[in-house]
Design a protein around this ligand. Structure first.
Ligand SMILES: [Zn+2]
Length: 123
């Protein structure tokens, strides 16, 4: 796994309740295509990414993103790791968000890190 955005606390890129505007975009590390992460993917990841990610991948992701798997904070936010495949080349990426419902149905979302499973061609 290769970090393409280093883990860091950042200001929210989205705040509010118009969640159709919360889509996060980044460039595929392998081919540069646009990869989009939707609000519903982040929401699902916040509530279940750990349960849906098998070992050893879960431990690898937690180590890369500096996530404490024992901590499942809800009051001040949650870790959300979304797995995305590039729509053009299929390279797998993981994006890590801090996902916080600060009022009923109002959210603050910030990016923590992005990693790629893409491997450069050996020959
Ligand atoms: Zn790609």
């Amino acid at each position: 796994m290769k970090l393409i955005v280093q883990p860091q606390v950042r200001p929210p890129f989205f705040e509010g309740w118009e969640t159709d505007k919360a889509t996060y975009r980044f460039a595929c590390d392998a081919c540069g295509s646009d990869i989009r992460v939707t609000f519903s993917e982040m929401l699902q990841a916040a509530w279940g990414w750990q349960d849906r990610t098998a070992e050893p991948e879960r431990t690898t992701i937690a180590a890369a993103f500096d996530i404490d798997l024992a901590r499942r904070s809800i009051a001040d936010g949650m870790d959300a790791v979304v797995r995305s495949s590039c729509p053009t080349c299929g390279a797998v990426h993981f994006s890590h968000f801090w996902f916080h419902e600060y009022r009923n149905s109002a959210y603050q979302i910030s990016l923590r890190a992005i990693a790629s499973n893409a491997t450069p061609n050996a020959d």
